[in-house]
Design a protein. Structure first.
Lengths: 589, 235
């Protein structure tokens, strides 16, 4: 079947318009012809939902140092992050915040007019001695303020935007990444972007879990596209379950609530985090707080008719303080929990929030392909933000380090991609460029079987929630994988009712579901083979960390069938750029 | 289980000569059932060909502005029970071209927003540190920067419907957000376009935008403030 395709040539094409994509685009656009393709209008990307802050050792309210921030990041990662990347990110952080401020981000302020800062989980002074105010914020709308500012800046820089374009295939020629095939959601047309450099900033995939804080669009599309081209997903088994999702809904209540003095309570009104993290209590890292909450519930100390959640109390800081610093939270708690948090506590339980791993890169954001024997660059390909893994989060990300990650590595990706485009010629498209993406599109466009998105997405998220979330065992995950295979088989008997070329959400959801099933299988296999507990990956049957066998990155590839995950490993880069390494230690807070 | 009748605007340019309304009985499956839950129920269980925009599902991405019984709102932040009716007429945002069902063409809306140069303009050199801003000056941005670009305001405005070149309340709100920012030095570049015949003078101060804003912002006040500034500059 012949298909009409419109062709475009750019120096740099960025896929995704969240914080990482837009920062990459606004930087690259200063040097060369740059396009952004995005499934949604840029200001609707999920960075918009980030609430509490972005970390940087500015020291505006008390003494702070990037080296302490680096230590917290490494310890927070349960020692699985790459320490050169952690040094790079935390050293650059203050300069990045200033750059954002200079382009207009409306940060909250200290009385003397500096950028305001608040404490956040796992961020400490003097290598773990006490909590420190490091999170720069714009009330509880930091991501919103950041994303709009970056969008406005990239428009000012002349970035070419292609909004509501859905990426179908990453294009490569002889090992070089040279473009992307997209489907225009608004009219069903196909577009091929041939570029000297491609930046993936496609976001996360927590829509594979039933209880999650993510937007509808967070379906792991970028990961799936990279996997199908023989690239890997690094540390796929590590997800972040954010402690304070609104009970029943999963929507996020920022850790900034605890940063401003909020505390978690069990059924007897006990501030139980004092038992689990005596030094920094409710401001322990997210993996520890989430597991502590789950243990409280498991041991019968939950609240509510089913005793299946805990409470987050913030009313004691005063209504005026809440409305000034946490106005968005007040609104969310009202709508999603029916609770006025200036008077009552908010019912909370952990919610799938963030994909810690991603497409592996070095700290220059060059995508790498590797195993225990070494690694090599993938020419023309860069990645940043949640879809990528530099790796600064390892087994557990600290709160506020995600916005920092996407700003730092977004900018680096923009610089690196522009530099690459200046030094290299455009690699032509292969004759069959886009055929795989078009085949997938046609398979689902014409699908006239039985199963629908509503049914299969429900099944997928149900099994991932029950068998692959906060507590994992060999038995549960084995069952999970088998059920995922059953769901995958049903995709060959799928039904698309909508045949329209205009805004066909039925079709887009089918393609997203296809990607979600692939990434769910990949992370389940990775988790099965990591027979230890580390950070966000906790196994009841292997409860201890095992540095001898597992202080290494997982790299999940696909077998030649492009369906079956193959799990490999790669060395952790434990040597920082200029300082001494932080050797692995027990994580006590 | 309580059900509510959803009478939904439908139009697919591939097959429909004109728009029509489809009726669905939607179950309210829990207290606090949201309009977006209802739209998802229609799509995932009753009619997969129904289409609409949505993303963050918590009132910040601005994708899902729709018109319900004549009022603009976000589907993800509105509880069906709070609408106080068992019969809801669901339409796309008015005053915008319909692409399909509840999906409107928002390019014009975004292009107008960009026209007002919604970014910090400075002629002074930047300091090495942050540009200091007092908490009082920062407070002037509250009620302005929270805009989520959903279009509920402009789409409720008769001047926006009547004059295709009218910038609309959203663009004025954003222009004022930068004009009052103590760090910005670009008012001179923005005021001429705001003073244009498609600018702030076309507002009839009927407050539809204020009523429509799901974030309880006040574009009319921004428009009035811009007018005052324009008049002061003339004197």
């Amino acid at each position: 079947m012949s298909v009409k395709i419109e062709y475009h040539k750019f120096d740099v094409v960025v896929v995704g318009a969240g914080g990482a994509g837009l920062n990459a685009a606004q930087v690259a656009s200063q040097h060369c012809k740059t396009a952004v393709v995005s499934e949604v209008y840029p200001t609707r990307s999920h960075t918009i939902s980030a609430q509490g802050g972005i970390s940087a050792a500015l020291g505006n309210l008390e003494e702070d140092h990037w080296h302490w921030h680096m230590f917290d990041t490494v310890k927070g990662s349960d020692y699985l992050c790459d320490q050169d990347s952690a040094e790079y990110m935390t050293r650059l952080a203050p300069e990045m915040i200033i750059a954002l401020e200079h382009i207009g981000l409306p940060f909250s302020r200290t009385p003397e007019g500096k950028i305001a800062q608040r404490p956040f989980g796992g961020h400490t002074a003097e290598f773990g001695k006490r909590a420190v105010k490091r999170a720069c914020y714009a009330a509880d709308r930091t991501g919103h303020a950041m994303l709009q500012t970056l969008y406005e800046k990239s428009v000012d820089q002349g970035t070419h935007f292609y909004s509501e374009f859905y990426a179908l295939e990453l294009l490569m020629n002889d090992g070089h990444v040279n473009g992307v095939l997209c489907y225009d959601i608004q009219n069903g047309e196909l577009h091929v972007f041939n570029a000297k450099a491609v930046v993936f900033a496609t976001g996360g995939n927590c829509r594979i879990f039933q209880t999650n804080s993510n937007a509808h669009i967070n379906t792991g599309d970028g990961l799936a596209l990279a996997l199908r081209k023989g690239l890997s997903w690094s540390d796929a088994e590590f997800f972040q379950y954010h402690p304070t999702g609104i009970y029943g809904a999963g929507n996020l209540i920022t850790e900034g609530v605890r940063g401003e003095g909020g505390i978690l309570l069990n059924d007897s009104g006990e501030r139980f985090m004092e038992r689990y993290a005596p030094t920094i209590k409710d401001l322990a890292p997210r993996d520890i707080v989430s597991r502590s909450m789950a243990l409280e519930v498991l041991q019968g100390r939950g609240v509510g008719p089913k005793k299946d959640h805990v409470l987050l109390k913030i009313d004691h800081i005063g209504a005026e303080n809440i409305m000034e610093k946490l106005p968005g939270i007040h609104e969310l708690a009202l709508v999603f929990a029916g609770v006025d948090c200036t008077k009552e506590p908010i019912p909370v339980m952990p919610t799938a929030h963030y994909q810690n791993g991603g497409i592996p890169t070095n700290y220059h954001t060059q995508v790498i392909k590797g195993n225990m024997d070494g690694e090599e660059y993938v020419p023309g390909f860069f990645a940043a933000g949640e879809c990528a893994s530099a790796s600064v989060h390892g087994a557990n990300r600290l709160g506020t380090n995600s916005l920092l990650d996407l700003v730092v590595f977004g900018r680096t990706a923009g610089e690196q991609a522009a530099k690459y485009a200046a030094e290299n010629a455009l690699v032509p498209l292969t004759e069959d460029a886009g055929n795989e993406g078009i085949a997938a599109l046609q398979k689902y466009s014409n699908a006239n079987g039985k199963h629908t998105f509503g049914e299969l997405w429900g099944d997928l998220t149900d099994v991932m929630q029950k068998k692959m979330s906060v507590f994992r065992t060999e038995e549960l995950m084995t069952e999970c994988y088998a059920e995922l295979l059953e769901i995958e088989a049903k995709m060959d008997d799928y039904k698309i009712n909508d045949k329209s070329s205009v805004y066909n959400l039925d079709l887009i959801e089918a393609l997203e579901l296809n990607n979600m099933i692939l990434v769910a299988k990949a992370c389940t296999q990775a988790a099965l083979l990591r027979k230890e507990s580390r950070g966000g990956h906790f196994r009841d049957d292997c409860p201890d960390r095992d540095d001898v066998n597992f202080l290494k990155h997982t790299e999940v590839y696909l077998e030649e069938d492009l369906k079956t995950p193959r799990v490999d490993y790669r060395k952790v880069r434990q040597q920082p750029i200029s300082v001494d390494a932080f050797p692995p230690k027990a994580r006590v807070y | 289980m309580k059900t509510v009748t959803f009478e939904v605007f439908r139009y697919d340019p591939d097959k429909d000569k004109e728009a029509y309304y489809d009726t669905f009985q939607v179950e309210l499956r829990r207290p606090g059932y949201l309009l977006l839950d209802a739209l998802n129920q229609i799509k995932w269980e009753l009619d997969p060909t129904f289409t609409y925009r949505r993303s963050c599902r918590e009132g910040v991405c601005g994708s899902d502005g729709i018109n319900v019984n004549g009022v603009n709102m976000l589907s993800c932040m509105t509880k069906v029970e709070d609408l106080g009716s068992d019969h809801l007429i669901i339409q796309p945002l008015p005053g915008m071209n319909v692409m399909r069902d509840l999906v409107t063409d928002v390019d014009d809306f975004f292009n107008k927003f960009i026209t007002v140069k919604p970014y910090l303009i400075r002629t002074s050199p930047n300091p090495d540190k942050e540009i200091y801003q007092s908490p009082e000056d920062r407070k002037k941005l509250d009620g302005l920067y929270e805009c989520i670009l959903c279009g509920c305001c402009s789409s409720s405005c008769p001047s926006y419907w009547a004059d295709k070149k009218y910038l609309g309340p959203n663009a004025f709100l954003r222009a004022w957000r930068y004009i009052v920012d103590s760090r910005d030095e670009g008012a001179d570049q923005r005021l001429p376009m705001l003073n244009d015949k498609h600018g702030v003078w076309r507002c009839h101060t009927i407050y539809n935008c204020v009523e429509a804003c799901p974030k309880e912002l006040n574009p009319t006040e921004a428009i009035v403030n811009i007018r005052k500034l324009l008049l002061d500059n003339q004197v």
